[in-house]
Design a protein around this ligand. Structure first.
Ligand code: CMP
Length: 151
């Protein structure tokens, strides 16, 4: 069914010039970009985003890293997009990802793993609300979509 998911290219991915290629992979797969912005997240935003990991030993480093530079925050829409984006991204640890996945192709470090994608419907809803105002999300015009693909 049609879903929306939150995707963020982390500061390492932004600095390495991976925004365009990441967007291209999700567009090529057939998903629609419904929100996009570049921002340096506040500590409050980063801590809320990773609140379920607060007790982990790497929590402090994770928050410092995600607030260290620009993040490209996006919302993508389409059929089964939450699970499919997780597959396109690959496992959390880039060393265990299959080649062909974003982390498998571009990363080697679990703490600098380029990109984040929501892991469930409830996380997607929570993360979209946390990072975006509802008016920042667009609805695609179905008739324009048909016009583009008829050409
Ligand atoms: P992400 O998909 O953004 O969700 C949680 C993040 O925690 C994860 O990607 C990693 O960047 C980070 N993370 C998970 N496990 C570790 C770890 N063992 N050491 C450092 N960072 C980790």
């Amino acid at each position: 069914c049609t879903e929306r998911t939150f995707v963020a290219i982390k500061p390492d991915g932004v600095h390495r010039g991976l925004i365009g290629r990441t967007i291209a992979r999700l567009e090529d797969k057939g998903y629609s970009l419904v929100a996009l912005k570049l921002l340096k997240p506040s500590r409050t935003l980063a801590e809320s985003h990773y609140e379920s990991l607060r007790s982990k030993p790497f929590f402090g480093d994770l928050v410092s890293f995600i607030t260290s530079g620009p993040v490209c925050a996006m919302v993508w829409e389409g059929k089964d997009v939450i699970g499919q984006v997780r597959k396109l991204i690959g496992n959390t640890d880039p060393l265990t990802c299959a080649p062909g996945t974003i982390r498998g192709d571009f990363g080697i470090d679990i703490g600098r793993n380029i990109i984040h994608g929501s892991d469930s419907i409830s996380s997607a809803e929570r993360e979209i609300q946390l990072w975006f105002h509802s008016e920042e999300l667009v609805d695609w015009n179905p008739s324009l979509h048909e016009w583009v693909y008829e050409k």
